[in-house]
Design a protein around this ligand. Structure first.
Ligand SMILES: Nc1nc2c(ncn2[C@@H]2O[C@H](COP(=O)(O)OP(=O)(O)O)[C@@H](O)[C@H]2O)c(=O)[nH]1
Ligand SMILES: [Mg+2]
Length: 228
């Protein structure tokens, strides 16, 4: 029987590339639903995504990637999704690798599957980004007690049940840490699979600045000290 899979792409100003990613998903996996959450882009992301055949939800102000992931998941759950995949909309992730993330879910050996660029040697991670990401891994180990090889990768897949349990409150990039915290809190079964993250001139020109990691750490420590 066909599985009800939703692919969610949080997108901000990705008009140049979004249609090609959607086309690839639709040609490789015709039965999957594709949802783009356009976070009030200043370009024609929403138009391009709709034209390429995705369901498009648009935030009327820019809220951040975490908020977009949350919106996309809520939409997919409301539409009856059984499996939900998150993938970046800037072409850094490989659409062809989606089945690697779904396999452990289909076998019922995990509730959530996390892509890891450090389990495979295929990713051309720039040196500074590598150091920041490795620091993030250590920080996550301290903060959430979860030991992973890659903690800030937007390529992940989860079951409906996991998506219903995981609560995202962090609107911006700290949501990646928050999801890991939620995995521990709900004792969800997780695993990592090797994925490729491509660093292209397009992605590097637009991606997060490494200094943003400091804001994430500050925010999470603040939460740990005062809100938990
Ligand atoms: N919804 C939303 N998505 C964003 C925002 N900023 C970035 N993104 C998307 O999130 C994904 C990853 O963002 P990016 O800046 O490339 O992060 P990096 O790859 O970790 O440097 C891409 O698909 C972006 O389009 C935002 O403010 N809102
Ligand atoms: Mg990126």
């Amino acid at each position: 029987m066909e599985k009800n899979v939703f692919i969610i792409l949080p997108a901000y100003n990705e008009a140049r590339i979004i249609a090609s990613i959607i086309a690839e998903v639709r040609s490789l996996y015709p039965s999957f639903h594709v949802v783009v959450v356009d976070d009030c882009s200043r370009d024609t992301t929403a138009y391009e995504a709709r034209r390429a055949g995705a369901d498009v939800i648009r935030h009327s102000i820019n809220l951040g990637q975490g908020a977009a992931v949350k919106t996309g998941i809520a939409y997919a759950l409301a539409k009856g999704a059984e499996y939900i995949v998150n993938i970046d909309a800037d072409g850094q992730h490989s659409v062809a690798e989606i089945p690697l993330l779904l396999a452990p879910l289909f076998e019922n050996s995990a509730d959530i599957v996390l892509g890891s660029r450090f389990l495979a040697s295929k990713s051309n991670v720039p040196p500074i980004r590598r150091v920041v990401l490795k620091a993030g891994i250590l920080f996550t180990w301290f903060f959430s007690g979860i030991r992973l090889s890659d903690t800030h990768n937007g390529f992940r897949a989860q079951t409906r049940n996991a998506a219903q349990k995981i609560i995202i409150n962090e609107n911006r990039m700290a949501h990646a840490s928050e999801i890991l915290h939620e995995i521990v809190r709900h004792d969800l079964r997780f695993c990592e699979v090797p994925v490729t993250v491509r660093y292209t001139s397009y992605s590097k020109q637009r991606g997060q600045r490494s200094t943003n990691a400091l804001h994430i750490v500050r925010r999470l420590l603040w939460r740990k000290m005062f809100l938990e």
